[in-house]
Design a protein around this ligand. Structure first.
Ligand SMILES: [Zn+2]
Length: 333
């Protein structure tokens, strides 16, 4: 660990274990944001995966650490706490998108450590073979689907005037992964239609990427996991006109009420993007709460339609003390 990280993690640890820290965090809620839990930690370490993916060892390490320092509670217990508040700060886990690995890799560990979680589904993807562009383009360019598929996609990108940077041929794995991360971030500004067309140029994987409704219901039946909407198509809500915005929220709401027994009254904005108009529409569709991606601690004040969360990467899952440093920064008055 670099010296700067070491200082942060030590200060974070001291904070959590100090009377000041305990007092500041008493009754406060911390909401964590995760996306994927891969089957292998080495894969999750690479920069182009690190932000959205954690490995199973790192994830389990995080769960053990959380149980030691927090009461791990369902999200609704933070949003609508009962009168009995414990001394310890509370933490709730949330997962965005609805990746299949949430059922395959995350759920068994959640069960093992009895940590509740909420999963927010982009409902068009659930039970379908529709793929997330980031994953499909990223992994094809990384070569995970073979050299032929990689070369084909590179040609398509070239023809569409999105040539790859030279660095993507770097022999150093870490540097190549970092270059891919930056390249993918640059593609975020493309129109959804173009991203979809590019995704169609990637090889069809034999396994779907998203959860299916059977998996959703099985996790819900355990009593440990609840589900809420994360858009229907994962379109960025602030970019939609009023009609499409309303349609997107309605479609995701309907899918959840058909697919689950007890969907959460909490919306989760794709990419965290929201504005006054989006928040109003979400409220009009009977959602009293919504999750954003701004960081901070929940104390029952602040806008319930733009709740803060702390993102968890492979790096923070491996070194959870870094998370307490960020909580400390978020908790300071
Ligand atoms: Zn998302």
């Amino acid at each position: 660990m670099a010296i700067k990280q070491l200082i942060k993690s030590t200060s974070g640890w001291l904070y959590l274990n100090s009377p000041v820290g305990r007092q500041q965090l008493q009754g406060a809620g911390v909401i964590l944001m995760l996306h994927r839990v891969l089957s292998n930690d080495r894969a999750a370490d690479l920069p182009h995966r690190n932000e959205l993916c954690v490995g199973p060892k790192a994830f389990e390490h995080l769960l053990v650490w959380l149980r030691k320092h927090f009461d791990c509670v369902p999200l609704m217990e933070i949003l609508q706490p009962n009168a009995l508040r414990s001394e310890r700060p509370r933490v709730a886990l949330t997962f965005d998108d609805g990746w299949r690995d949430n059922a395959v890799n995350a759920f068994p560990l959640l069960q093992k450590h009895q940590v509740p979680a909420s999963i927010f589904l982009s409902t068009d993807f659930i039970g379908s073979r529709q793929r997330f562009w980031w994953e499909s383009l990223g992994e094809t360019l990384w070569g995970s689907h073979g050299e032929k598929a990689r070369m084909h996609l590179i040609e398509c990108l070239h023809a569409r005037k999105h040539p790859l940077p030279v660095l993507l041929d770097d022999i150093d794995v870490e540097r190549r992964s970092l270059a891919l991360l930056h390249y993918l971030q640059g593609l975020k500004s493309l129109a959804p239609q173009e991203l979809e067309e590019l995704t169609d140029e990637c090889p069809k994987d034999s396994l779907p990427q998203a959860l299916d409704w059977h998996q959703v219901r099985a996790m819900e039946a355990s009593g440990l996991v609840r589900f809420g909407p994360h858009g229907a198509s994962h379109a960025i809500l602030t970019g939609l006109d009023d009609v499409r915005l309303s349609e997107e929220i309605r479609r995701s709401r309907e899918a959840l009420s058909n697919g689950c027994n007890r969907p959460l009254p909490v919306y989760c904005y794709p990419n965290g993007d929201n504005d006054e108009r989006v928040r109003q529409q979400v409220a009009d569709h009977d959602y009293p709460f919504a999750l954003g991606t701004g960081t901070g601690i929940y104390r029952g004040d602040g806008d319930p339609l733009n709740l803060p969360r702390f993102g968890v990467s492979q790096r923070t899952a491996r070194h959870p003390q870094l998370l307490s440093w960020r909580i400390y920064r978020g908790a300071r008055p």
